[in-house]
Write a protein that binds this ligand. Sequence first.
Ligand code: ATP
Length: 283
Amino acid sequence: MNAIEVSGLTKSYGDVHAVRGVDLTIATGEIFALLGPNGAGKTTIVEILEGFRMRDAGQVRVLGFDPHDEGNAARQWRNRIGIVLQSTSDSGDLTVIETIEHFSGYYSNPRNVEEVINSVGLDEKAGSLIRNLSGGQRRRLDVALGIIGNPELLFLDEPTTGFDPEARRSFWALIEKLRGNGTTILLTTHYLDEAEALADRVGVINDGKIIEVSTPAELGGRSTAQALVSWRDGAEIKSLATDNPTSLVSKLTAQFNGEIPELTVTRPSLEDIYLTMIGITHE
Ligand code: ATP
């Protein structure tokens, strides 16, 4: 069974066509990253799936449920999903532990509060008031509130914005742990290395339309892209794009009779591929 099924989804704000006919299927247990420039429509899609925004047209099923529907079934459905929004409301006068305990009361099968605090690296700040947290620490609290309900499906909208590199790595480890538990995750991010590290598949969206859905390794023909071999030849740096970098390097080895000066062999990064896909080329 699929966790998320979307077809023909559209949404406009006045004359801004934010989402223009999106089809998307996310399997149960999958980690899926939605990539795209500012204003591409990512948050709009995610918030429609979360039931926070109305769609204009299209079919949407999230854990078999239409987020439009209300009533008892909607409450049960909400109990099964976790949400980390792009920006969260303020509850500055409560401590970290009070806030998480409070939120845990909304769920029928919450995770252990101390364990959650530990898993987002906020042990030392458990007794601190929210308003005294740094930006990155607040974001960690947002993530804690997203996972406290032990969700089957977790939405993460730019979860690591403002994290220092160490916090990002420990967040990645947390996501790996959730993957191990079978949690389905839909993530939006502007960090291509994050998408590459975490996602089973990525979807690139631009101007309200999905351009491609693929694995990070294969996106935009990346796995078959030419390698760029470069080396120093006297005063000059030479470079050559090739399908056979190994044979080129062998030839150069023979030519230089050993070590090839300043040799590098590179293939396009996910970021290179992504920027090309959304129409940004750079020399
Ligand atoms: P970002 O990476 O900057 O978060 P995004 O891909 O999440 O961007 P959205 O927030 O979905 O993009 O916005 C898509 C388009 O819809 C943008 O042009 C935005 O200005 C517009 N938009 C979003 N929310 C509203 C709203 N509530 N009212 C009017 N226009 C909106």
